[in-house]
Design a protein around this ligand. Structure first.
Ligand code: SF4
Ligand code: SF4
Length: 150
């Protein structure tokens, strides 16, 4: 378990009224998807995986990502309401901000607060065991780390 967060970390998601991790506010990004995640999203929308891929997936750095709108919002983000595919959202959306690269060092976690206003929320302590459990899911999904952005 990472020693710097053994006493837990202050975080509470501010929910749909924030949505900064889904919007293009911080510039272009990637929502990486694999076959399993594509199948779940396709089923949620009543599409075949092939149709879903044609409509909503792009190739980025040799990997697959959901498409963004011209303003860099995720295609499934609805301003003020949040994710329109919430129950089928990909792993990286479920595990943020407890990503390996974010939790690697306290300094990195503190820097991430610039992108996520829920980080540092006073009185909202997420215990280390919960952080570790989310991190484990993130590591399982990205055993070699996330692909680089182009
Ligand atoms: S940026 Fe942080 S606080 Fe805002 S919606 Fe995403 S996880 Fe929640
Ligand atoms: S799939 Fe949903 S949770 Fe993930 S980035 Fe897009 S709008 Fe946000």
């Amino acid at each position: 378990m990472g020693s710097w967060y053994r006493d837990g970390v202050a975080f509470r998601c501010k929910g749909p009224e924030c949505g900064d991790c889904c919007s293009g506010k911080a510039g272009p990004g990637a929502v990486w998807v694999n076959d399993t995640e594509i199948a779940a999203l396709a089923a949620f929308l009543g599409l075949s995986p092939q149709e879903f891929t044609l409509r909503h997936v792009r190739s980025l750095s040799g990997h697959l990502s959901l498409r963004e709108r011209p303003n860099n919002d995720c295609e499934f983000y609805v301003a003020g309401k949040g994710c329109s595919v919430y129950d089928a959202r990909p792993t990286q959306c479920r595990t943020y901000p407890f990503w390996s690269k974010v939790m690697a060092a306290k300094r990195r976690w503190e820097e991430e607060a610039a992108a996520c206003p829920g980080i540092g929320e006073p009185g909202a302590i997420v215990p280390a065991s919960e952080v570790e459990s989310v991190l484990e899911r993130d590591r399982e999904r990205f055993p070699e780390g996330r692909p680089p952005l182009p």
